[in-house]
Design a protein around this ligand. Structure first.
Ligand SMILES: [Fe+2]
Ligand SMILES: [Fe+2]
Length: 250
Protein backbone atom coordinates (compact mmCIF):
# COMPACT_ATOMS: atom_id res chain seq x y z
CA UNK A 1 0.00 0.00 0.00
CA UNK A 2 1.47 3.35 -0.98
CA UNK A 3 1.67 6.18 1.55
CA UNK A 4 -1.55 8.20 1.60
CA UNK A 5 -1.57 11.74 0.26
CA UNK A 6 -1.69 14.58 2.82
CA UNK A 7 -4.97 16.48 2.60
CA UNK A 8 -4.51 20.27 2.66
CA UNK A 9 -8.02 21.46 1.93
CA UNK A 10 -10.96 19.19 1.19
CA UNK A 11 -10.10 18.83 -2.48
CA UNK A 12 -6.36 19.59 -2.60
CA UNK A 13 -3.83 17.02 -1.47
CA UNK A 14 -0.07 16.72 -1.40
CA UNK A 15 1.89 13.71 -2.62
CA UNK A 16 5.24 14.24 -0.96
CA UNK A 17 8.39 12.68 -2.37
CA UNK A 18 12.01 13.52 -1.64
CA UNK A 19 15.60 12.95 -2.76
CA UNK A 20 18.46 12.28 -0.36
CA UNK A 21 21.16 14.96 -0.48
CA UNK A 22 24.87 14.27 0.04
CA UNK A 23 24.84 15.94 3.46
CA UNK A 24 22.20 13.55 4.84
CA UNK A 25 19.28 15.93 4.47
CA UNK A 26 16.42 15.52 1.95
CA UNK A 27 14.85 17.74 -0.70
CA UNK A 28 11.23 17.40 -1.70
CA UNK A 29 10.22 16.94 -5.31
CA UNK A 30 6.48 16.65 -4.85
CA UNK A 31 3.23 16.93 -6.76
CA UNK A 32 -0.24 18.07 -5.73
CA UNK A 33 -3.67 16.82 -6.72
CA UNK A 34 -6.71 19.07 -7.14
CA UNK A 35 -10.13 17.43 -7.40
CA UNK A 36 -11.96 19.56 -9.97
CA UNK A 37 -15.60 19.15 -11.08
CA UNK A 38 -14.58 17.27 -14.22
CA UNK A 39 -11.62 15.23 -12.97
CA UNK A 40 -8.34 15.25 -11.08
CA UNK A 41 -5.68 17.84 -11.90
CA UNK A 42 -2.04 17.11 -11.16
CA UNK A 43 0.16 20.12 -10.36
CA UNK A 44 3.61 19.32 -11.85
CA UNK A 45 4.63 15.77 -12.72
CA UNK A 46 7.40 15.03 -10.23
CA UNK A 47 10.77 13.48 -10.87
CA UNK A 48 11.38 10.43 -13.03
CA UNK A 49 13.30 9.08 -10.02
CA UNK A 50 9.94 8.65 -8.22
CA UNK A 51 7.95 7.60 -11.28
CA UNK A 52 6.78 4.19 -10.10
CA UNK A 53 5.85 5.46 -6.65
CA UNK A 54 3.97 8.41 -8.10
CA UNK A 55 2.03 6.17 -10.48
CA UNK A 56 0.91 4.04 -7.55
CA UNK A 57 0.17 6.92 -5.22
CA UNK A 58 -1.77 8.97 -7.80
CA UNK A 59 -3.78 5.89 -8.77
CA UNK A 60 -4.61 5.32 -5.12
CA UNK A 61 -5.43 8.99 -4.40
CA UNK A 62 -7.80 9.17 -7.38
CA UNK A 63 -9.50 5.85 -6.56
CA UNK A 64 -8.10 4.33 -9.75
CA UNK A 65 -9.33 7.05 -12.13
CA UNK A 66 -5.93 8.65 -12.74
CA UNK A 67 -5.56 12.24 -13.82
CA UNK A 68 -7.64 14.29 -16.24
CA UNK A 69 -5.33 17.31 -16.64
CA UNK A 70 -1.95 18.60 -15.57
CA UNK A 71 -0.70 22.11 -14.86
CA UNK A 72 3.06 22.66 -14.97
CA UNK A 73 4.70 25.47 -13.03
CA UNK A 74 7.67 25.36 -15.40
CA UNK A 75 9.47 22.92 -17.61
CA UNK A 76 12.53 22.08 -15.48
CA UNK A 77 13.06 18.36 -15.62
CA UNK A 78 12.17 17.52 -12.01
CA UNK A 79 8.82 19.22 -12.62
CA UNK A 80 7.96 17.94 -16.08
CA UNK A 81 9.89 14.67 -16.36
CA UNK A 82 6.91 12.32 -16.09
CA UNK A 83 4.65 13.99 -18.64
CA UNK A 84 5.08 11.45 -21.47
CA UNK A 85 4.85 8.45 -19.14
CA UNK A 86 1.72 9.68 -17.37
CA UNK A 87 0.08 10.44 -20.73
CA UNK A 88 0.76 6.90 -21.85
CA UNK A 89 -0.79 5.61 -18.65
CA UNK A 90 -3.80 7.92 -18.30
CA UNK A 91 -4.46 9.08 -21.86
CA UNK A 92 -3.87 12.34 -23.71
CA UNK A 93 -5.08 14.55 -20.90
CA UNK A 94 -4.78 18.29 -21.21
CA UNK A 95 -1.48 19.91 -20.20
CA UNK A 96 -1.33 23.56 -19.24
CA UNK A 97 2.10 25.16 -19.17
CA UNK A 98 3.62 28.58 -19.00
CA UNK A 99 6.13 28.62 -21.82
CA UNK A 100 7.48 30.90 -24.49
CA UNK A 101 7.74 28.15 -27.06
CA UNK A 102 5.94 24.97 -26.08
CA UNK A 103 7.56 22.88 -28.82
CA UNK A 104 11.09 24.02 -28.00
CA UNK A 105 10.48 23.19 -24.36
CA UNK A 106 9.42 19.67 -25.25
CA UNK A 107 5.69 20.22 -24.70
CA UNK A 108 4.28 20.58 -28.22
CA UNK A 109 0.80 19.59 -27.05
CA UNK A 110 0.57 22.04 -24.15
CA UNK A 111 -2.10 24.69 -23.80
CA UNK A 112 -0.30 27.86 -22.92
CA UNK A 113 -1.03 29.77 -19.73
CA UNK A 114 -0.34 33.48 -19.73
CA UNK A 115 1.27 35.03 -16.69
CA UNK A 116 -1.20 37.52 -15.25
CA UNK A 117 -4.13 35.62 -16.74
CA UNK A 118 -6.42 32.87 -15.60
CA UNK A 119 -7.71 29.68 -17.17
CA UNK A 120 -10.51 27.23 -16.58
CA UNK A 121 -9.16 23.68 -16.21
CA UNK A 122 -11.72 20.87 -15.81
CA UNK A 123 -14.25 23.35 -14.44
CA UNK A 124 -11.93 25.04 -11.95
CA UNK A 125 -10.35 28.52 -12.25
CA UNK A 126 -6.62 28.99 -11.81
CA UNK A 127 -4.70 32.26 -11.90
CA UNK A 128 -1.14 32.33 -13.21
CA UNK A 129 1.10 34.73 -11.32
CA UNK A 130 4.52 36.19 -11.98
CA UNK A 131 6.64 34.69 -9.20
CA UNK A 132 8.97 36.91 -7.17
CA UNK A 133 11.02 33.75 -6.40
CA UNK A 134 11.89 31.50 -9.35
CA UNK A 135 14.92 29.94 -10.97
CA UNK A 136 13.73 30.27 -14.58
CA UNK A 137 11.81 32.70 -16.72
CA UNK A 138 8.41 31.34 -17.73
CA UNK A 139 7.80 29.97 -14.30
CA UNK A 140 4.36 30.73 -12.96
CA UNK A 141 2.89 30.38 -9.55
CA UNK A 142 -0.55 28.85 -9.78
CA UNK A 143 -3.36 30.15 -7.57
CA UNK A 144 -6.39 27.93 -7.20
CA UNK A 145 -9.30 30.30 -6.59
CA UNK A 146 -11.61 27.73 -5.02
CA UNK A 147 -9.20 26.43 -2.34
CA UNK A 148 -6.95 29.54 -2.14
CA UNK A 149 -3.88 27.28 -2.35
CA UNK A 150 -0.86 28.99 -3.95
CA UNK A 151 1.36 26.49 -5.78
CA UNK A 152 4.77 28.14 -5.54
CA UNK A 153 7.03 26.06 -7.84
CA UNK A 154 10.66 26.50 -6.73
CA UNK A 155 9.90 29.18 -4.13
CA UNK A 156 9.30 28.44 -0.43
CA UNK A 157 11.33 25.23 -0.39
CA UNK A 158 13.33 23.79 2.48
CA UNK A 159 15.69 20.93 3.16
CA UNK A 160 14.41 18.45 5.72
CA UNK A 161 15.49 15.54 7.92
CA UNK A 162 14.77 11.89 7.31
CA UNK A 163 11.28 11.05 8.52
CA UNK A 164 9.93 14.58 7.85
CA UNK A 165 9.03 14.16 4.17
CA UNK A 166 5.27 14.25 4.92
CA UNK A 167 5.45 17.12 7.45
CA UNK A 168 3.56 20.34 6.78
CA UNK A 169 4.37 23.55 8.66
CA UNK A 170 1.87 22.43 11.31
CA UNK A 171 4.07 19.46 12.20
CA UNK A 172 7.06 21.63 13.18
CA UNK A 173 6.59 22.68 16.81
CA UNK A 174 8.93 25.68 16.48
CA UNK A 175 7.92 26.43 12.91
CA UNK A 176 9.95 25.52 9.86
CA UNK A 177 13.67 25.99 10.58
CA UNK A 178 15.33 29.16 9.37
CA UNK A 179 18.45 27.23 8.43
CA UNK A 180 16.38 24.96 6.18
CA UNK A 181 14.79 27.97 4.47
CA UNK A 182 18.12 29.76 4.10
CA UNK A 183 20.06 26.82 2.69
CA UNK A 184 17.43 25.86 0.14
CA UNK A 185 17.00 29.38 -1.25
CA UNK A 186 20.73 30.09 -1.26
CA UNK A 187 21.37 26.97 -3.35
CA UNK A 188 18.33 27.15 -5.63
CA UNK A 189 17.60 30.81 -6.35
CA UNK A 190 21.09 31.78 -7.39
CA UNK A 191 20.33 35.45 -8.08
CA UNK A 192 19.24 36.07 -4.47
CA UNK A 193 22.68 37.39 -3.55
CA UNK A 194 22.08 40.37 -5.85
CA UNK A 195 18.60 41.21 -4.66
CA UNK A 196 17.35 44.03 -2.46
CA UNK A 197 15.68 42.04 0.33
CA UNK A 198 13.15 44.78 1.08
CA UNK A 199 11.97 44.94 -2.53
CA UNK A 200 11.66 41.16 -2.76
CA UNK A 201 9.71 40.89 0.48
CA UNK A 202 7.42 43.77 -0.54
CA UNK A 203 6.65 41.93 -3.77
CA UNK A 204 5.90 38.70 -1.92
CA UNK A 205 3.71 40.35 0.69
CA UNK A 206 1.82 42.29 -2.01
CA UNK A 207 1.16 39.04 -3.84
CA UNK A 208 -0.29 37.45 -0.72
CA UNK A 209 -2.36 40.57 0.02
CA UNK A 210 -3.86 40.33 -3.47
CA UNK A 211 -4.29 36.55 -3.31
CA UNK A 212 -5.12 35.44 0.23
CA UNK A 213 -3.96 31.89 0.80
CA UNK A 214 -5.12 28.90 2.80
CA UNK A 215 -1.80 27.19 2.05
CA UNK A 216 1.41 27.94 0.18
CA UNK A 217 2.28 24.74 -1.65
CA UNK A 218 5.92 24.48 -2.80
CA UNK A 219 7.26 21.65 -4.94
CA UNK A 220 10.53 21.49 -2.96
CA UNK A 221 9.27 22.09 0.56
CA UNK A 222 6.67 21.53 3.22
CA UNK A 223 3.25 23.13 2.60
CA UNK A 224 2.87 26.27 4.72
CA UNK A 225 -0.50 26.82 6.40
CA UNK A 226 -1.91 30.36 6.39
CA UNK A 227 -1.33 30.79 10.13
CA UNK A 228 2.38 29.90 9.70
CA UNK A 229 3.03 32.13 6.70
CA UNK A 230 4.12 35.24 8.64
CA UNK A 231 6.66 33.15 10.57
CA UNK A 232 7.99 31.68 7.32
CA UNK A 233 8.19 35.11 5.65
CA UNK A 234 10.14 36.58 8.59
CA UNK A 235 12.62 33.71 8.43
CA UNK A 236 12.83 34.03 4.66
CA UNK A 237 13.52 37.74 4.98
CA UNK A 238 16.40 37.15 7.38
CA UNK A 239 17.67 34.41 5.08
CA UNK A 240 17.62 36.67 2.03
CA UNK A 241 19.45 39.39 3.98
CA UNK A 242 22.05 36.80 5.00
CA UNK A 243 22.49 35.60 1.42
CA UNK A 244 22.69 39.10 -0.02
CA UNK A 245 25.22 40.19 2.60
CA UNK A 246 27.29 37.06 1.98
CA UNK A 247 27.08 35.40 5.34
CA UNK A 248 25.08 32.42 6.54
CA UNK A 249 22.71 31.83 9.42
CA UNK A 250 24.63 28.83 10.76
FE1 LIG B 1 13.17 25.18 -11.44
FE1 LIG C 1 12.57 22.91 -9.15
Amino acid sequence: MADPAVELSGDVSWIAEAFPLPDGRFEHVSVYLVEAPAGSILIDSGSFYHRERLRRRITQATAGRGIGAMILSHSDYPHSGNVPDFRRLWGDFEIVASCADAAAQGLPYARRSRIGGSLDVLGRTFRFLDPPLADRSHTSWIYDEASRVMFAADGFGIYHAEGETGFTSRDYAAGISEEAIHDFHKDTIVWLRYVDPALLMDALRAMFDAHPVSWVAPIHGAPIAAEDLDDYLEKLERSVVAVSEGYTVH
